[in-house]
Design a protein around this ligand. Structure first.
Ligand code: ZN
Ligand code: ZN
Length: 294
């Protein structure tokens, strides 16, 4: 059987999210739709999977609501469900930002993938900024992009402060599917940045159309559950470096000392050689995760 994964979001004033949540959960359960749907009075943000047939039904179900009738779905084929369960949750915000009200009418103009290619190819003077977290940009980013130090999206206002020197320049922001940039770019515009763009449909939209171009490395998708390596050119396939040997890689483990649990980027050989631990101390720690061999 063929499956599809759908990614979509929309910022829109949505009345009675509570009622929607109940109805929507029922619909998903009845039609074997899995994944997660966040709903709030500011809009919807979802990643779901299902059979091709059920995903078609799902799309019609969403478009039934006038607020969502023009939603753009990013669709990808898959061999199976990308999720085990369905969560339909009421949230305060559809992306965890919590940096206060942002005037979404100020969200930046959308830059199409081809237009970004033109920016690069014409030698245009522009600054491209990653609006995602560190662990995401360490394994992949656009060529010459600034990847600010961010633990969570809540750090973005600090980044805006740091970017002030580029206020009069052309700025392009990007994130995985575009949703974080709606707010990220609006905050730049609100703070007086003159010429701001956001990557239309995010990295995901770009790499599916233009692999082996200006995206370097890998991308976390489907809610960070999955790492995709869109490029085939060896030099831009992996840009992350193994914590132990420095070899290019895109794969993280958590240190198997459960009291440490540090995220480590490692190659296949080194993780085995080091017993899935970040240090000698952790290798000898009592509270190590059990591994199932075979
Ligand atoms: Zn290694
Ligand atoms: Zn450790």
């Amino acid at each position: 059987m063929k499956f599809k994964v759908l990614l979509f979001y929309k910022y829109v004033k949505f009345p009675e999210p509570g009622r929607f949540q109940e109805e929507h959960l029922k619909f998903c359960e009845a039609n074997d739709i899995k994944g997660r749907v966040w709903i709030s009075d500011e809009g919807i943000n979802a990643t779901v999977s299902g059979t091709v047939e059920n995903i078609e039904k799902y799309k019609s179900e969403i478009r039934k609501y006038p607020e969502f009738s023009d939603i753009w779905f990013k669709e990808d084929e898959h061999n199976e469900h990308a999720f085990r369960k369905i969560h339909v949750r009421l949230k305060k915000e559809i992306v965890n930002a919590s940096f206060g009200e942002v005037d979404l009418s100020k969200t930046a103009r959308r830059l199409k993938p081809e237009e970004l290619n033109q920016f690069y190819e014409s030698g245009k003077d522009f600054v491209i900024v990653d609006a995602r977290n560190d662990y995401e940009s360490i394994i992949g980013k656009f060529k010459n992009a600034i990847a600010p130090k961010m633990d969570t999206f809540r750090d973005w206002p600090k980044v805006v402060e740091e970017l002030k020197e580029f206020k009069d320049k052309t700025i392009v922001t990007y994130c995985t599917g575009g949703i974080r940039c709606e707010k990220a770019s609006a905050l730049l515009v609100e703070n007086g940045f003159k010429d701001v763009y956001q990557m239309d449909g995010g990295i995901w939209n770009y790499v599916t159309q233009h692999p082996d171009k200006y995206w370097e490395g890998s991308v976390f998708v489907f809610d960070g559950r999955c790492i995709v390596t869109p490029n085939t050119k060896e030099e831009i396939k992996h840009i992350g470096k193994c914590y132990y040997c420095g070899k290019p890689t895109s794969y993280y483990i958590n240190c198997h000392n459960q009291d440490c649990d540090k995220m480590l980027l490692t190659c296949d050989e080194c993780k085995v050689e080091n017993d899935y631990c970040c240090s000698d101390k952790c290798r000898r720690a009592p509270n190590r995760r059990k591994r199932i061999h075979g």
